[in-house]
Design a protein around this ligand. Structure first.
Ligand SMILES: Cc1ncc(C[n+]2csc(CCOP(=O)(O)OP(=O)(O)O)c2C)c(N)n1
Length: 368
């Protein structure tokens, strides 16, 4: 294990002060440290990991210095295009460091959506021609120094892989909690309690799917109307839109998060263009990536309802209280409409994961 202070001393010594990315729970402590120290370093919260590569490229192009891109290995998928067509030495040759959290490490227990990338991450980096090292607390000085030197010498991205429990606990200094009443879980229960049992719900990655699953259990309801998009962060919207287009007789609810929505926000334009009347896009907006440790998103300063209207949604509203949620959801008629529910950060410590496998979820969903 290593403390966040210690790794940052090493970054400072190597004149590295630019950090961008999308969070991962393995990197939780370290990203909290970065957020707390934004007065001493540059931090850009990226929409997705591909965009983070773009930010670090822009930083290098304008300063000649290398930046650090952090991500969960799931995000390597989002980053492959800029890693092959922007930073690669066959194209522009742009150096940077990639710090990648290793989910789904073979032999370690993890959720099913991480198994494949966990297995193929190192071969994928080999295929991309990206050299890597697995970070080791004892060698951290040498590893960061030599990765930086290699990146600069060869004009390439170099990856440093982080295994679970690498960073020691870091207690956040900044209080990032908003003074909001409603929890995301309460909001989910409130909506589910308005249902008549015939709806389809497509739920996004992370705790939104986990809370919906537990809500169904607690209410003694079946899961066969729910599709839990446990991986593929940001793509629940595309899945829900198509289901709504193909099943016009059903009301389709998309349970989205602000982080997931921002990650692939372009799908809002596609939804607005095809405009399925039976699609109701609910965004649980806690201004953070709560599922990976509560790191901020940029949603605090953007107006998702206005974006939805600009994307040709029929209507979009923001609400804060249970009574308003009930009124709005009961009033849903013609979609696509968006309802942005402002919820506080946090969740139950004993929150479980869907006990149904993704394949069984698919089977039940397709044969209700
Ligand atoms: C491509 C990709 N990048 C990162 C992650 C890690 N991840 C899982 S859930 C999550 C946060 C989602 O935030 P949001 O949609 O706002 O929902 P919340 O957790 O706040 O309910 C992140 C970053 C991932 N699964 N996939």
């Amino acid at each position: 294990m290593i403390s966040c202070e210690k790794i940052h001393k090493v970054f400072e010594k190597n004149n590295i002060g630019y950090f961008t990315g999308v969070p991962d729970s393995i990197l939780k402590e370290w990203i909290s440290y970065i957020v707390d120290n934004e007065d001493k370093l540059v931090h850009r919260i990226a929409a997705n990991e591909g965009a983070a590569i773009g930010h670090a490229a822009g930083y290098y192009l304008s300063t000649g210095k290398i930046g650090v891109v952090y991500m969960q290995n799931a995000g390597l998928g989002n980053a492959v295009n800029p890693l092959t067509s922007l930073t690669d030495n066959d194209v522009f040759g742009i150096p940077m460091l990639l710090i990648i959290g290793w989910r789904g490490e073979p032999g370690k227990k993890d959720a099913p959506q991480h198994a494949k990338m966990g297995k193929v991450m190192l071969p994928l980096l080999d295929t991309l021609g990206i050299s890597y090292e697995i970070l080791n607390a004892k060698n951290i000085n040498d590893q960061i120094k030599s990765a930086k030197e290699k990146a600069e010498r060869e004009n390439i991205p170099v990856a440093l892989i982080v295994k679970r429990d690498f960073f020691s606990e870091y207690i956040e200094k900044k209080n990032r909690q908003k003074t909001l009443e409603l929890s995301r879980e309460e909001a989910i229960y409130t909506i589910v309690d308005t249902f008549n049992g015939d709806e389809i719900v497509v739920a996004t990655t992370g705790k939104i799917s986990r809370e919906l699953f537990e809500c169904r259990q607690a209410r003694g309801q079946k899961h066969n109307g729910d599709f839990y998009v446990v991986g593929s962060m940001g793509h629940a919207s595309a899945i829900a839109m198509e289901i709504a287009c193909q099943r016009p007789e059903k009301k389709v609810y998309l349970f989205d998060g602000d982080g997931a929505l921002i990650m692939h926000a372009g799908t809002m334009a596609t939804i607005g263009y095809y405009a399925p009347e039976n699609l109701f896009h609910i965004v649980f907006d806690n201004c953070c990536h709560e599922s990976t440790g509560g790191q901020p998103t940029v949603s605090d300063k953007i107006d998702i309802a206005t974006i939805a209207r600009g994307c040709n949604y029929k209507n979009a509203n923001i609400c804060f209280r249970k009574e308003d949620i009930i009124r709005k959801v009961r009033g849903f008629k013609k979609g696509p409409v968006a309802l942005i529910i402002k919820v506080k950060k946090g969740s139950r410590v004993d929150l479980g994961r869907p006990k149904i496998s993704p394949r069984d979820n698919k089977k039940e969903f397709m044969n209700p």
